[in-house]
Design a protein around this ligand. Structure first.
Ligand code: HEM
Length: 524
């Protein structure tokens, strides 16, 4: 890789010194005469309890962190502009799409999934692809990934899947064994796992990856017609990935390489762009189409439902403050203006609840009123009070509904989505999981990778698989054989090579002569 830009750079405001502007106060606006020395009883101390400036600083510091996101903790983002370039108004009454040429301000946040906030950017992991559109009819959030599919198709398995990716309870380290044990026992994950161990598993940077809504969502129009929709966001910078080796080199030099790449590109005026398109599936087709379009582990063929142009977005403005605008950004799949809707996809159904719940815990009950999350249209709710109610709390407006005193009223049936016909018993065992083909779509994906991509996939699988116990490895590789004989054989051959390879040795430590073999697990 010839890219030398992975050494850290500074934002433009750190490049030239400026004189102090304004005078220092405490949080109440009282002036601060000395911010270098605590109030001391004698030159050697002790300090005085009355030094409330010191106490305020210590107390505020202790509360600086909000809990990090339980997943997708490490990420970066920027503001941008979405422009409608294709007319989809026949599918939706959403005002955002009513005119070609219409523009809307937006925010994007990209992230890794499993690691914590300080984690290296260049790890093999899906990337989060979150978009918030500040539409005239309220916020639309698209909380997608850079993969069109996912590891689970029932939300009951999400917590187990994520625990298998996180740290081992005893060692505090991530564990290849936990990951491959889980995937081999829940093979609906295979499609996503093959995707992730392929060339798209480590993007060169956020600019060089696509985004996908992944789930089937819906659009509906004023005539009461509903269409099932898959969202696609194609990078106009092209798709570029990194090999394991390149990713390791970059991680050793710069943990925040992807954050820096996005920030610096926008500072240089090289605004990254993505094309937005949809696959549209008429409501009735879902009943007869050969694939369950509400199964998140499956894609829908572009031949059957070709892409339809919607628009383009460009990221053109870096945040001024990372905590206020990126850490406090609260994306939720349930944010959908009139004309847009969800679908029966079971995982989506759970996500409609999960995100707002996470924000209430992570940022607080009034998170939607924070500047980065606030809708640009008037917001009229009957929610009141709660911690950190930092705005006017709706003043003296009525606090219950209905009321006789001019409070906001509901908008009525013409703004509600069309009724959705549902049938079937409420059951669990009545809906066996084994009826779905788990191997056909991963096999198509494998075919698409071509010989070079397949060879890299074999190696990428072999490195971690060579470190796990035999019974886990055998069970996982048996699934690969079912996807494609060549995949199973290729990975088995690479595992033998990886096992035969001596672990790299480190020696010549400062103050000692010891040598030790770096364990493969330590690479994670
Ligand atoms: C973040 C839950 C599946 C994409 C999160 C967060 C939670 C969560 C609790 C942290 C939110 C926060 O604290 O701000 C779930 C559950 C899932 C699920 C329960 C399935 C049952 C998915 C899927 C996708 C996805 C299928 C993509 C298609 C994301 C993204 C973020 C995120 C991009 C980061 C949002 C941001 O940038 O702030 N998820 N998730 N998740 N999730 Fe999921």
């Amino acid at each position: 890789m010839s890219d030398k830009s992975f050494s850290p750079t500074e934002p433009s405001d750190l490049k030239a010194a400026k004189p102090a502007q304004g005078t220092l106060t405490n949080a109440q606006g009282n002036s601060v005469p000395n911010n270098q020395q605590s109030q001391s009883a004698g030159s050697r101390g002790p300090l005085l309890l009355q030094d409330h400036h010191l106490l305020e600083r210590m107390a505020h510091f202790n509360r600086e962190r909000v809990p990090e996101r339980v997943v997708h903790a490490k990420g970066g983002g920027a503001y941008g502009t979405f422009t409608v370039t294709g007319d989809i108004s026949r599918y939706t009454s959403a005002k955002l799409f009513d005119t070609v040429g219409k523009q809307c301000r937006m925010l994007a946040r990209f992230s890794t999934v499993a690691g914590e906030k300080g984690f290296a950017d260049t790890v093999r992991d899906p990337r989060g692809f979150s978009l918030k559109f500040y539409t005239e009819d309220g916020n639309w959030d698209m909380v997608g990934n850079n993969t069109p599919i996912f590891f689970v198709r029932d939300p009951l398995k999400f917590q187990d899947f994520i625990h298998s990716q996180k740290r081992h309870p005893q060692t505090g380290r991530r564990s290849n064994t936990m990951m491959f044990d889980y995937w081999s026992l829940r093979p609906e994950a295979l499609h996503q796992v093959v995707y992730m161990f392929g060339d798209r598993g480590i993007p060169r940077s956020y600019r060089f990856m696509n985004g996908y809504g992944s789930h089937t969502y819906s659009l509906w129009n004023d005539a009461g017609e509903r269409f099932w929709v898959k969202w696609h966001f194609h990078s106009q910078q092209g798709l570029q990935g990194m090999t394991e080796e390149q990713a390791g080199q970059v991680a050793a030099a710069n943990l925040d390489y992807h954050l820096q790449d996005l920030f610096d590109a926008i500072e240089r005026g090289e605004n990254p762009k993505w094309k937005v398109s949809i696959q549209v599936i008429p409501e009735k087709d879902a009943e007869t189409y050969h694939t369950n379009i509400f199964d998140l582990t499956k894609t829908v063929s572009h031949k059957d439902y070709p892409l339809i142009e919607v628009g383009e977005f460009e990221l053109n403005e870096n945040p001024r403050n990372y905590f206020a605008e990126i850490e406090q950004a609260a994306f939720e799949p349930s944010n959908m203006p009139r004309g847009m809707g969800a679908s029966p996809d079971k995982v989506l159904q759970a996500r409609l609840m999960s995100y707002a719940d996470a924000h209430r815990y992570r940022i607080g009950i009034n998170y939607a009123a924070l500047p980065v999350n606030k809708a640009v249209c008037p917001v009229h709710t009957y929610h009141r009070d709660g911690q950190a109610r930092f705005d006017g709390n709706f003043g003296d407006a009525p606090v219950y509904e209905p009321n006789s005193f001019g409070g906001p009223a509901e908008t009525g049936p013409q703004t509600d989505e069309p009724a959705l016909k549902i049938d079937g018993n409420a059951d669990r065992f009545g809906y066996p999981e084994t009826d779905e083909d788990l191997y056909a779509q991963p096999a198509e994906l494998y075919e698409l990778m071509g010989a070079d991509g397949q060879a890299r996939l074999h190696e990428n699988f072999a490195a971690p698989l060579s470190t796990v116990p035999d019974f886990v490895r055998t069970r996982f590789v048996a699934h690969l054989y079912k996807i494609d004989e060549r995949l199973g054989r290729g990975v088995d051959a690479e595992i033998e090579k990886a096992k035969a390879k001596p672990a790299p040795e480190l020696s010549g430590f400062l103050g000692g002569q010891q040598t030790f073999a770096a364990q493969p697990q330590a690479r994670q």
